[in-house]
Design a protein around this ligand. Sequence first.
Ligand code: F6P
Length: 323
Amino acid sequence: IKRIGVLTSGGDAPGMNAAIRATVRAGFYYNLEMYGIYRGYEGMIGNEIKKLETKHIYHVLERGGTFLKSARSEEFKTAEGRKKAYENLTKHGIDALVIIGGDGSLTGAHLFYNEYGIPSIGIPGTIDNDLAGTDLTIGFDTACNTAIQAIDKIRDTATSHDRLFFVEVMGRDAGFIAINAGIGSAAAATLIPEKKMPIERLVERLKARTAQMKQSNIVIVAEGGKSGGAVEIADKIKKQLPYYDIKVTILGHLQRGGAPSALDRVLASKLGVAAVEGLIQGKYDVMAGIINNKIVYTPIAKAIVGHKDVDEDDFRVAKILST
Ligand code: F6P
């Protein structure tokens, strides 16, 4: 391997810059040439590829977003798009790839490796934390911190007005951000896609809390919940709790921005180095992750298919603490 191309793809996540920096620095350490592929697979198809130098990675570790930019590419899903992408890599003499992204981006990497055989390795970068093969994905910790800080602020106003708030958090079809935000912000209930909570049970719980004179009630709703998002749940529940003034807040893309937490910076830095070392050691079509504080390389096919579910214990803790 002589020339590694690095890209970020899919939804951005705080810590992606730190992962790019670590990948590039590790590449330089091992005397490799490093190329930035801008806007993910879109840029691979559109030939937005530039040689990276040390100056490109100054002061990026601490910044949110991704300086390489990101995109969700429809064209890369087509054989024609992937062919164009491969031709561009060949033009630049890129003989290996580091792909930083979530399950969609790693699915693309797996497909591309199987078609063209270009040595490639994935780094889990998504706020959703829904990849197997790593305890945490880059961006998840920062997103949880952001959500919890926002919910603390909502609690101030909820308490002042004795209001019931439904706060919707991201996570696509996974409840990791929701369950952590729920535990970390003393939510009255947390609704996650992995567990069905009948509306009647939620109503009972909120009624019980009213009887206990709880000053404020915050219900966390994961966006991919089976009974709908925060707006739908609030609507369904309104009639059964007429004495409550109900409000809804959707945290949305706020959760994707901001400076990465210490944990995300360190995780991203370790995985950037692990990705380059993995390629050098001939570990291809795998994702670098950390399990029990040890670097592990999991076949991408397993990391994306083995979609993690929220831990039963976490769900139990959230339940115990909200009753
Ligand atoms: O995968 C990250 C994520 O932020 C999900 O939590 C969310 O469902 C989705 O991306 C939003 O995607 P977009 O920014 O394309 O609307």
